[in-house]
Write a protein that binds this ligand. Structure first.
Ligand SMILES: Cc1cc2nc3c(=O)[nH]c(=O)nc-3n(C[C@H](O)[C@H](O)[C@H](O)COP(=O)(O)O)c2cc1C
Ligand code: SF4
Ligand code: SF4
Length: 434
């Protein structure tokens, strides 16, 4: 039986599934039930300075994007950091850590970009017995306008400076949570490393407007006739988050910087994908908000069953295994040739593949008078669009041509040699070198 016990920057937890800093981790009542449900750790809802707590809007604070079956695909929020007094949060965190010493409890923190503010609050929070800190340089709304959150996360020099202050103020691990609202995630990640951070976590939410009310002519969620950009998360952001994780994991400068992967994780498979790309553990928010705390039980059983099947004894066995296979386009093997193949037994004759290929790809699907759909190998460029639009899973598959087999589109046999753009005869730099 696979061992899911996890150690991330020295912080132990019964499994690699942590709840991200957000409403699910807002209070003792939630966190106790989360631990009972099986979550390995929590990053407590972001704490701010002592004094009057922040004030949230009293109208709707969430917006959503749905699939055709009304499954929630993307969630948008205009919520701020905790709106509960600091001392109440600290008391609750102390009690929770006392009662769940084997679970990870991380304090997420966001205070003004001033040395005193960070150096004052970290030791206070450390008294709760928490296992580490996560610096929230990611929230894109509300706090950013006050010079915090993503306003810090978008300036590498600030990230480095604050991370350094925090490392000077505590012996506990410091995780820097990154904003995706930047052009190149390597700049903030490298800045976190220079500042001495023990790890990065990503992603926080993406600037977004999810919908516009066309009667009132206002973005939603709408507060008294006006809206503002919010932070986008949930399944829709997973591809963006995974790319950022992979970029950090394969960048020589940051390759050894531990990563906590966040963004749209809903199933064990999502988690395994993030981890294969280099995340040492994962954090979840929207899935818990959509389906409740018990969703972690499917993540735990699914991950452990898959690890057993693959013969992985611990998560460390597969963390980062996919990273070496993330490459730049120029290194892809242009001699690898595939063709679409339609299973007539599975086809329901809907014609979506035909419309897609005929109108927007390479006119490589033939439709007979009695609606039998077949691929023309001499036209198919293997773009995969038909696979993507077909409503029947695995009805269209891509078959790899064997070396020596004729590619009817080019009229040439398939080469068994690796040949990328770097050696391709059409590449002007190859021509110049000849
Ligand atoms: C309603 C809401 C509130 C959030 N509040 C915080 C916060 O206080 N601090 C923080 O670091 N991230 C916050 N986040 C971001 C999440 O921690 C997480 O980074 C993001 O939602 C992506 O993960 P997901 O796709 O699993 O939701 C919040 C997200 C949501 C939906
Ligand atoms: S893979 Fe692309 S080109 Fe080939 S049949 Fe499908 S849609 Fe057409
Ligand atoms: S999209 Fe799929 S199910 Fe529909 S006609 Fe094409 S192969 Fe058949």
């Amino acid at each position: 039986m696979a061992n899911l016990e996890s150690e991330f920057v020295g912080i132990k937890s019964p499994n690699p599934f942590w709840l991200a800093s957000a409403p699910p981790t807002d209070k003792e009542y939630n966190v106790r039930r989360a631990f009972e449900a099986g979550w390995g750790g929590v990053v407590w809802k972001t704490l701010g300075e002592a004094g009057p707590p922040v004030v949230n809007v009293n109208g709707p604070r969430y917006g959503a994007i749905y699939g055709a079956d009304r499954r929630l695909l993307g969630l948008n929020n205009i919520e701020l950091i905790t709106d509960r007094p600091l001392e109440v949060n600290l008391e609750e965190m102390t009690r929770v850590k006392r009662d769940y010493p084997d679970h990870a409890l991380i304090a997420s923190v966001m205070v003004p970009c001033e040395e005193d503010a960070w150096k004052k609050i970290l030791p206070m929070i450390a008294e709760t017995g928490c296992d580490g800190f996560e610096l929230n340089f990611g929230c894109p709304h509300g706090m950013a306008e006050r010079g915090m959150g993503s306003a810090v996360g978008q300036v590498p020099e600030y990230i480095e400076m604050v991370a350094r202050w925090c490392k000077e103020a505590t012996d506990l691990p410091v995780i820097v949570k990154l904003t995706p609202n930047i052009t190149n995630v390597l700049y903030p990640a490298e800045a976190a490393l220079r500042g001495g951070a023990d790890a990065v976590s990503l992603i926080n939410t993406i600037n977004s407007i999810t919908s516009v009310n066309l009667d009132v002519m206002s973005p939603e969620p709408m507060i008294d006739g006006k809206g503002t950009h919010g932070g986008y998360c949930g399944p829709a952001v997973k591809p963006i988050a995974m790319n950022m994780v992979a970029e950090i994991a394969r960048n020589p400068e940051t390759a050894n910087l531990p990563i906590s992967g966040i963004g749209g994780i809903t199933t064990w498979r999502d988690a395994a994908e993030f981890m294969a790309l280099g995340a040492g553990n994962v954090q979840v928010c929207t899935a818990a908000m959509t389906y409740g705390f018990k969703i972690v039980q499917e993540m735990i059983s699914g991950l452990s069953q898959w690890m057993d099947e693959k013969g992985y004894e611990s998560t460390a066995d597969f963390v980062g295994m996919a990273t070496p296979n993330v490459t730049d386009w120029q290194h892809l093997n242009l001699n690898h040739i595939t063709k679409a193949e339609i299973s007539q037994d599975d086809c329901i004759k809907c014609g979506r593949c035909y419309a897609a290929c005929e109108d927007t790809s390479h006119q490589a699907i033939e439709m007979s008078e009695d609606r039998v759909f077949t691929v023309k190998d001499d036209e198919c460029v293997a773009c995969n669009l038909c696979v993507n639009v077909c409503p029947v899973e695995n009805c269209i598959t891509m078959r790899t041509l064997e070396p020596g087999e004729m590619d009817e589109r080019t009229g040439k046999p398939v080469s068994d040699a690796y040949g990328s753009w770097l050696s391709h005869p059409n590449n002007p730099s190859v021509q110049a070198a000849e």
